[in-house]
Design a protein around this ligand. Structure first.
Ligand code: SAH
Ligand code: F3S
Length: 481
């Protein structure tokens, strides 16, 4: 799942094999980015040690946790609606406790308890280890809040429980927080300053996944290319690091190289790359290792240099194009996906046309496109008027979505007649006689099951396709991944 905001998984409840001896029931629901889903696995792990097994029946739960997203207003409204639903259930089961985790918890803090009477517990993204203490407070009848952001916390020492997964693909978080301060974005406020996780703990987690039969990992961070380990501490404090710390520091290229070399059978993806931090070194590491997928999620947000500047993205349109060209020089055929925002304050028809023309140049394989949503507290909200009318935003969004559809279809069709390696993840939703998996370029592929099974790397000859899916037949096991 490379998608950052996967609408299909929004609100998924997460369950795992019950731990014997545990008798309390946790219902945990996640919204937003992959990091939130990954964090919920950390929370479930912390609570498994407190006697909680997960359930996917809300009515059965002793504790309901919702891991929330603040990225757009709509994301917050979705959570508010879910709280109404929990409220209805709480009327039947008054002992049920409700906690709000994640970005909305961090953004609204104590205010949540005033605004939503149903909430007993508010926990920000860096305070999950405090949940056992907070639950004690709640049991004693007090409301409990911990929204302290940390300089150090990476949860590197918590072994996540893999919830609701397929046993084949997993997320491994490598950085937390973000320092980029894009003017539209709430993440630096809700997830705090950027810090990286100890590479040894990352490699241990991958080793554990590998032993348990996992075949693909996605290294996760708001901005993975900015990864920097120099013994702990904030990225922004690296300037004060000692000479020794500098000499032995691990950056993203090095981490990727270490992971790919140590686990040649494991397929490796990463997300997200901010163009301003993506260095050529990473591209060379990708080219060097067969097990690193040739796909880069490279959000650009706008094709207009003027708007990019207003957004505080640290590159121009031309620099972005240069980077894309370099990607294709070093990794021929590398797939590239985007995030795009339409209707950022002051965006003119000219700016919008620049976005369309940039898309035309890159012909992205995939894309996630949004209307600008003003977020309280961000620089854009403080300094700029949300002045693009709703109808204009809607129309521009339709235009870029339509164009992206065309490009996705074009990119998918490029694989017709070719043979691709597919990692089987699950049964196809549309046909129980077919497997569904993904190629290294992140295309979904379906093909008749024959004697293959989930977790197999299979060579598939592509005979047909839709806009987003490759359709083919298996022609044997693949030696590569
Ligand atoms: N670096 C992050 C970005 C997180 S937000 C990552 O790992 O993906 C994901 C996407 O949401 C952004 O790339 C942007 O396109 C979109 N987004 C962020 N803030 C937004 C806002 N205020 N309005 C609309 N879309 C927004
Ligand atoms: Fe947000 Fe920009 Fe960071 S989009 S997560 S501030 S890279």
């Amino acid at each position: 799942m490379e998608k950052i905001i996967d609408e299909k998984t929004q609100g998924n409840t997460l369950t795992l094999e019950p731990k014997t001896g545990n008798y309390r029931k946790l219902y945990i629901e996640s919204y937003g980015c992959a990091m939130n889903f990954s964090d919920s696995e950390i929370v479930a792990s912390i609570l498994a040690d407190q006697g909680y097994n997960t359930t996917n029946l809300l009515e059965d739960a002793d504790l309901v946790l919702v891991n929330t997203c603040s990225i757009r207003d709509k994301a917050e409204q979705t959570v508010r609606k879910r709280l109404e639903k929990y409220n209805a259930v709480k009327r039947i089961n008054p002992k049920m406790k409700v906690g709000v985790l994640g970005c909305m918890a961090e953004r609204l803090k104590e205010k949540f308890l005033e605004e939503e009477k149903i909430v007993d517990l508010v926990v920000g993204p860096d305070a999950y280890k405090d949940i056992p203490n907070l639950l004690k407070e709640v049991e004693e009848g007090r409301d409990a809040v911990n929204v302290i952001l940390s300089k150090e916390e990476t949860y590197g020492d918590v072994q996540p429980v893999r919830l609701g997964g397929n046993g084949i693909t997993a997320f491994v978080s490598i950085t937390r927080g973000c320092d980029n301060m894009c003017t539209f974005c709430v993440v630096p406020f809700t997830r705090g300053r950027e810090r990286s996780r100890d590479p040894q703990s990352i490699l241990r987690e991958i080793a554990d996944l590998s032993e348990r039969g996992y075949k693909e990992i996605t290294l996760l961070g708001q901005n993975v290319d900015s990864y920097l380990w120099y013994g702990g501490g904030l990225k922004k404090d690296f300037k004060n690091a000692s000479e020794m710390q500098r000499a032995t520091a691990t950056d993203f290229a090095k981490l990727l190289d270490m992971a790919a070399s140590a686990f040649p059978k494991m397929r490796i993806r990463f997300s997200t790359s901010n163009p301003q931090d993506m260095h050529e070194e990473v591209l060379h590491v990708m080219a060097k290792h067969e097990n690193i997928c040739n796909h880069i999620h490279l959000p650009v947000q706008s094709g207009s240099t003027r708007i990019l500047k207003e957004m505080n993205r640290q590159h121009t349109r031309e620099e972005y194009i240069k980077l894309v060209d370099r990607i294709w020089e070093i990794i021929p055929g590398c797939s590239i996906s985007q995030d795009m925002i339409v209707g950022f304050p002051t965006e003119t028809e000219e700016d919008h046309k620049e976005t369309l023309s940039l898309m035309e140049y890159v012909k992205y394989d995939f894309g996630y496109m949004y209307k600008y949503s003003e977020r309280p507290g961000t620089m854009a909200a403080r300094k700029m008027e949300d002045d693009v009318p709703e109808e204009t935003k809607a129309r521009r969004l339709t235009e870029i979505v339509d164009l992206q559809q065309k490009h996705s279809a074009y990119r998918t069709a490029e694989f017709l007649g070719k043979t691709v390696t597919v990692l089987i993840e699950k049964e196809s939703k549309k046909n129980e006689n077919e497997w569904s998996g993904r190629t290294e370029h992140n295309n979904v592929a379906v093909f008749p099951k024959e004697n293959y099974k989930p977790g197999d790397f299979v060579k598939v000859k592509v005979t047909n396709c839709t806009t987003a899916t490759l359709i083919g037949v298996a022609i044997g096991f693949s030696q590569s991944n």
